[in-house]
Design a protein around this ligand. Structure first.
Ligand code: MD3
Ligand code: FE
Length: 211
């Protein structure tokens, strides 16, 4: 029996990069497909939308959330809100996703937000910090599905040297400790690098404790 409670899968050991723990190919192909099926249910209840940045431009990444809180942005700024823009509560975080948090996060609190980012092949996400949460001792866990994404990790302040790595379908990352406040972003997606999703693109799930 391994950490995630599955006795038939040998899980890779993580590689440490600037304080991030990168578990390459943590999820099997079958688990990725099952996760995608779970997400179809979430997306049916809470469809993807294009957040507007405080500067007034729509983000190229489309988003939605599951859990008590969802991440939201408009002209008034970035924040967590308790309802989807349609007015409905965010759907619950699927159990399979909570199981991944339990296996890798190393903390006892449960995630309160599962942000679902969908990257069409031409989308990117600029360098930023995740600092809308109340407790930075709680890690962030990220799960990648679909096409490869070029992830860039910097420092706790803007600028300085950065390191890049490709995030592939089934990879899991844990950002804890000093890495929690590092600048990071997605420079580009490599189109048609994964057959998991019929129309291509990349999905990233980020699990966070918000309060
Ligand atoms: C480092 N998402 O949603 S996941 C985000 O692939 C975000 O969609 C990217 O950055 C994506 O905020 C990167 C890796 C990640 C996620 C959260 C972090 C790295 C992080 C929080 C703190 C530090
Ligand atoms: Fe982020």
């Amino acid at each position: 029996m391994n950490e995630s409670g599955d006795n038939s899968v040998i899980r890779p050991a993580p590689v440490e990069i600037r304080g991030f723990r990168h578990y390459a190919a943590w999820l099997t192909r079958d688990e990725q497909a099952a996760l995608l099926a779970d997400l179809r249910g979430v997306l049916a209840a809470a469809p993807l939308f294009s957040p507007i940045t405080p500067s007034g431009k729509p983000m190229s990444v489309r988003m939605t959330s599951a859990g008590r809180f969802g991440w939201y942005s408009d002209r008034r700024g970035y924040r967590y809100v308790e309802q989807h823009p349609s007015g409905v509560d965010w759907p619950p975080i699927p159990d399979r996703i909570l199981g991944i948090w339990t296996a890798v996060s190393g903390v006892v609190r449960a995630p309160e937000c599962c942000l679902i980012n969908y990257y069409p092949p031409d989308a990117k996400m600029g360098m930023h910090q995740d600092r809308d949460e109340a407790d930075f001792t709680q890690p962030v866990v990220s799960i990648s599905l679909g096409d490869d994404g070029l992830f860039r990790i910097g420092n706790e302040t803007r600028g300085g040297s950065t390191q890049s790595l490709w995030l592939r379908s089934g990879d899991v990352m844990v950002m804890g400790g000093a890495a929690r406040l590092r600048y990071h972003g997605i420079d580009r997606i490599a189109p048609d690098t994964c057959a998991l999703m019929p129309k291509g693109g990349r999905i990233n799930l980020t699990l966070r404790v918000v309060t």
